[in-house]
Design a protein around this ligand. Structure first.
Ligand code: NI
Length: 172
């Protein structure tokens, strides 16, 4: 089932995700809903908190359009190592139409549980490292706008206000 993605400044985007004790059938259904929602958007990442579900869970698929899909499910993720710096354009399904440069670590190590409940660890750089850091921020109620300078923040806030005002009728 495709779920509604919350848009900034919905206050629910500021709620933190809570640790998941174990994988249940309900959680698997939520993961399926999130995958469907993310692919339909379309997006390369989606955190549970973006659809109003307070869990430490996000999905990422950065496969290019002409590649087979490669969905990675992160349950209770923890970024254990951050190295270096990179800065590049990011988008977010909670900020439709917004693309801005954000500073991130260049290389990370992340540990998480997959949808079978097994622990895994990934070392990532480039786009995957950016996506993991972006989605992991969502679980702490941190949004890309918090990682921008004052001026950019103001521009993005205004853009979102305008968008929300004009889509009040057709976006329900
Ligand atoms: Ni996002």
């Amino acid at each position: 089932m495709i779920r509604t993605i919350l848009h900034y400044p919905d206050p629910r985007l500021r709620q933190k995700g809570l640790p998941i004790a174990r994988v249940t059938p309900e959680l698997e259904r939520l993961i399926d809903d999130m995958a469907e929602t993310m692919y339909a958007a379309p997006g390369v990442g989606l955190a549970a908190t973006q659809i109003g579900e307070q869990h430490r869970l996000f999905l990422i698929d950065i496969a290019a359009e002409d590649e087979p899909s490669n969905l990675i499910v992160f349950i209770n993720p923890e970024i254990t190592v951050k190295e270096g710096e990179q800065c590049g354009p990011e988008g977010c399904l909670s900020f439709p139409g917004v693309t801005e440069d954000v500073k991130r670590a260049a290389k990370i190590t992340v540990r998480a549980m997959d949808r079978k409940g097994a622990t895994f660890e990934i070392e990532a750089d480039g786009l995957l490292a950016v996506a993991v850091q972006h989605e992991n921020d969502h679980l702490d109620g941190v949004l890309m706008i918090d990682r921008m300078g004052v001026l950019k923040k103001r521009i993005v806030t205004r853009k979102m206000q305008k968008r929300n005002a004009s889509s009040n009728n057709d976006d329900a």
